[in-house]
Design a protein around this ligand. Structure first.
Ligand code: PEP
Ligand code: MG
Length: 847
């Protein structure tokens, strides 16, 4: 075995490391250890490949001397640390030259020799030397292809295997360093300095006399993960040719549609199944195996982690755990929490009317709607305005990747399931339709011309269905995805593993139903203001706002009371047995008033007041800094009747739901608290109302009062506030806003500049600022607990759905996080990850 710092022969005992030579190299070593028939292979580590990219070649003469036999033909494949990070495509048959051609002509015949030589010249020219493909299309013999090469390059086609191999290694090493390759792998979580390894392997020809050919096999369906032998085999073929020409290739398993390898070579087929089963058990993974058959003998060239869509990924790891191949905790850790959100792809509502504008290839699942944009910059601009958009291109190129990140979906005129747009969109979990027949896209005119001549332009809305390939007119309603057994297993195992609660922020019965379906631990935040935006209620709400004094206000509130009571009764019934935390009214009242002319006139008419009076009242309510003005508990202090009505509605709903057999202990949360006295005043009134409702109804019930910690002062004074509260729930949206003095609503204007300049590592509204806001969380929790050790501590801002924040909250000993219902599965899995990794770390500290 040769092992230089620059390359290592892969043998069962060689020092091959995934983090130095890449996953492919490591996997090949495992196959060799399993005594599978793997051709001789050498691994080049990351640092050597980096040097090659920088112009420092390795000792090729020594490397090549490790491969003996005639003809000496080699392949090179990339081997990154994580397969998802990609890498340049394989180059086969390095070493094809006049000598090898003559040798092959004598042994395998002219036809095979010509085919191999022609292929190699073309791939060397196009993939390695980056020559245009077009001139090679007409070259159908090795001599013609060589002539084209020599004309384009103005030099002879290299005959020395060392020159060929040097060019291949250099091209692959440099491709990895390219900007678009870097952006793509970073989107998959690769660090900026991720390395590439390369493996050089002796070619096992699938061409020659008798039964020779090559194929690819995997043992699950890549879309669903259901066990099923899929793949193709083709006689007299190399590499992945069988997959590229499915109409000429054989099925693997007996199939009514055509001949199969199982019928042609039953023993080799059985051997393949055995290889698959052994790989699964030993490599603890579902693998895709590339193989050749050389005169009836099987060779295993490569095995990679079977490519899979998000749904299949979840199905595969749950099956491995159910079969006892990996423990459940490992199954959970193998699924990135964000992947689950891809499982939750929206689908077009089956009942929605749809007008099909065009049909294309279903390239990446899920449905997306938005306005048409024609270039990546427009997509980024749309994102900064928070507008949904569909990026439309003739076909995409690496320059479009940034725009694809920003878009909600991608539609291309050309391409198929493996075109650039499709591959990238699947990687990003973005719905995508490619090859939309009948569409003509003009990037210059910014138009799409449909088959019937209709022209759509910038700003027109469309919907794409990446699961069916349809392009639909307008914004078509979508519906939530179906979730299968594997998903349910992951949720159940996450529930068993995690030691931090996950609740949902749910304001409506629809939200709560979704959350309950995801097996949430309760509702952590019900923002009651959303209940008032229904048109019928809004008018009453406005009457309340315009009331002349307490008695008028009380009359309007009297009408709102039964509406709120019904809302809460429904929520309590639906969530029976689980906690429901209701936040008292929070936003400034002017948010309920119209801001433009017609709306103000309508309001004047509805209230039967002079227009001028309504205008004056609205103007009088304007504030310079509404988010720091009359909102939250300040409303409760200045207009106590509002909170009193809400408290009464909550308690009456509790009595109603208890009467129907539900189990309810309502939680009431006071927003925007800054001082103990605020809580004291509100608590006294709420206690009085609870007592009154108990007395009136003759029903006993309990309730828990809590405080939203979302001002820095509340965090600092959490000790004295805790004396009044059963729970503290950190509202990190406002807390971030106030800690930074940065408007939640305006930060988007300069946030990208701030992040680009490295002022902030991330947008703190998206990723919890653990250094600053996090310190307030720790401090508030500690001060609250010091006074009241059994106080419940939680986080209910948007950060509640982000895996990093969940890990932080768990470490800080929080009882639960609360996030929007769709993020609940991600949050549960992230909570399980944090618990498993946290206890692993604790175990290793103990041992
Ligand atoms: C918060 O401020 O974090 C919060 C959850 O409340 P809202 O977003 O409604 O202000
Ligand atoms: Mg808030």
């Amino acid at each position: 075995m040769l092992d230089t710092p620059r390359f290592t022969e892969i043998t069962p005992t060689a020092d091959i490391k995934g983090e130095r030579h890449g996953k492919r190299a490591k996997c090949l070593q495992r196959l060799i250890r399993m005594e599978l028939p793997v051709p001789h292979t050498v691994a080049i580590p990351f640092d050597a490949v980096r040097d090659i990219a920088g112009g420092k070649m390795i000792d090729l003469s020594t490397l090549i001397s490790l491969f003996d036999g005639e003809p000496r033909l080699l392949s090179v494949r990339s081997s990154s640390e994580t397969p998802d990070w990609g890498g340049p495509g394989a180059v086969l048959n390095i070493g094809m030259n006049d000598h090898a051609h003559a040798w092959l002509s004598n042994t395998l015949g002219d036809a095979v020799a010509d085919k191999l030589y022609l292929r190699f010249i073309r791939s060397f020219a196009i993939e390695v030397m980056r020559l245009d493909e077009a001139p090679f299309e007409a070259a159908t013999t090795p001599a013609a292809a060589r002539a084209v090469f020599e004309e384009e390059m103005e030099e002879p086609f290299p005959q020395d295997i060392r020159d060929q191999l040097a060019a291949v290694l250099r091209a692959m090493a440099r491709a990895w360093e390219g900007t678009s390759a870097r952006l793509l792998r970073q989107a998959q979580g690769a660090p900026a300095d991720a390395g590439l390894g390369l493996v050089v392997q002796r070619m096992a020809q699938g061409m020659g006399p008798g039964q020779s050919g090559s194929g690819v096999v995997q043992f699950v369906d890549p879309a669903t993960g259901v066990p099923q032998v899929t793949g193709r085999y083709m006689g007299q073929a190399m590499g992945r040719e069988a997959l590229r020409a499915p109409d000429r290739a054989l099925y693997l398993t007996r199939d009514a549609r055509g001949p199969s390898l199982e019928e042609l070579l039953p023993e080799v087929y059985a051997e393949l199944l055995d290889v698959g089963a052994r790989c699964r058990a030993r490599l603890r993974e579902e693998m895709q195996v590339e193989f050749t058959i050389d005169q009836g003998r099987l060779a295993v060239l490569d095995a990679v982690r079977c490519p899979r869509e998000a749904r299949a990924g979840v199905a595969i790891v749950t099956a491995l755990a159910r079969d006892g191949i990996i423990p459940r905790s490992e199954a959970l850790l193998r699924i990135a929490p964000a992947t689950l959100s891809r499982l939750l792809h929206r689908q077009i509502d089956i009942d929605a009317p749809r007008t099909v504008l065009a049909r294309g290839v279903a390239a990446s699942p899920g449905a997306a709607s938005g306005r048409l944009v024609f270039d990546p910059a427009e997509a980024q601009a749309a994102l900064s305005r928070d507008e949904a958009c569909i990026l439309v291109r003739r076909e995409t190129s690496p320059d479009d990747v940034r725009g694809m990140h920003a878009a909600d979906g991608v539609l291309t005129e050309r391409g198929g399931t493996t075109s650039h747009a499709a591959v990238i969109a699947r990687g990003l979990g973005l719905p995508c339709v490619t090859g939309a027949t009948g569409l003509r896209v003009s990037g210059k005119d910014r138009t799409v011309t449909l088959a019937d001549g209709r022209v759509l332009g910038e700003g027109d809305n469309i919907t794409i269905d990446g699961s069916s390939g349809e392009v639909l007119d307008g914004l078509v309603p979508t519906q939530e995805p179906m979730l299968d057994d594997a998903f349910r297993d992951i949720m159940a195992w996450s529930d068993q593993a995690r030691d931090i609660g996950v609740r949902a922020n749910a304001d409506t019965v629809a939200d709560a139903t979704l959350a309950r379906g995801f097996g949430v631990d309760g509702i952590g935040l019900c923002r009651t203001e959303h209940m008032f935006f229904d048109p019928a209620r809004l008018t009453v709400m406005r009457e309340m706002i315009f009331a002349e004094g307490p008695s008028d206000r009380a009359a309007a509130l009297e009408r709102l009371l039964p509406m709120q009571r019904d809302d809460f009764t429904e929520l309590f019934t639906l969530m029976s047995g689980l906690p429901v935390c209701i936040r008292l009214l929070d936003p400034p009242l002017h948010e309920f008033l119209p801001s433009e002319g017609q709306g103000i006139s309508d309001l004047a008419a509805a209230l039967d007041r002079p227009l001028s009076e309504v205008k004056t009242r609205i103007a009088a309510m304007q504030e310079y800094n509404p988010m720091l003005g009359m909102r939250g508990v300040r409303l409760g202090i200045a207009m106590p009747e509002i909170y009193e009505m809400q408290a009464r509605a909550i308690f009456e709903a509790t009595v109603a739901a208890l009467g129907e057999g539900s189990v309810v202990t309502p939680e009431i949360m006071i927003p925007l608290v800054t001082a103990r006295r605020e809580v004291e005043l509100v608590k006294r009134r709420i206690d009085a109302i609870a007592a009154a409702v108990r007395e009136e109804s003759g029903t006993e019930f309990d309730y828990r009062l809590g405080v939203m910690v979302e001002t820095p002062r509340a965090a600092l004074r959490a000790g004295e506030i805790a004396e009044m509260a059963h729970f503290l729930s950190f509202g990190t949206n406002d807390l971030t806003q106030m800690t930074y003095g940065l408007s939640r609503d305006d930060a988007g204007r300069f946030m990208s500049a701030y992040v680009n300049e490295g002022v902030y590592p991330e947008d703190p509204f998206g990723t919890l600022d653990v250094d600053g806001v996090g310190e307030l969380l720790l401090l508030g929790a500690a001060r609250g607990r010091a006074v009241r050790p059994d106080i419940t501590v939680a986080l209910c801002g948007e950060h509640g759905g982000s895996p990093e924040s969940i890990a932080f909250c768990r470490l800080a000993g929080f009882d639960y996080v609360s996030c929007s219902p769709f993020r609940v599965p991600v949050a549960k899995l992230a909570a399980a990850h944090a618990t498993i990794l946290g206890s692993d770390a604790a175990d290793s500290r103990r041992s």
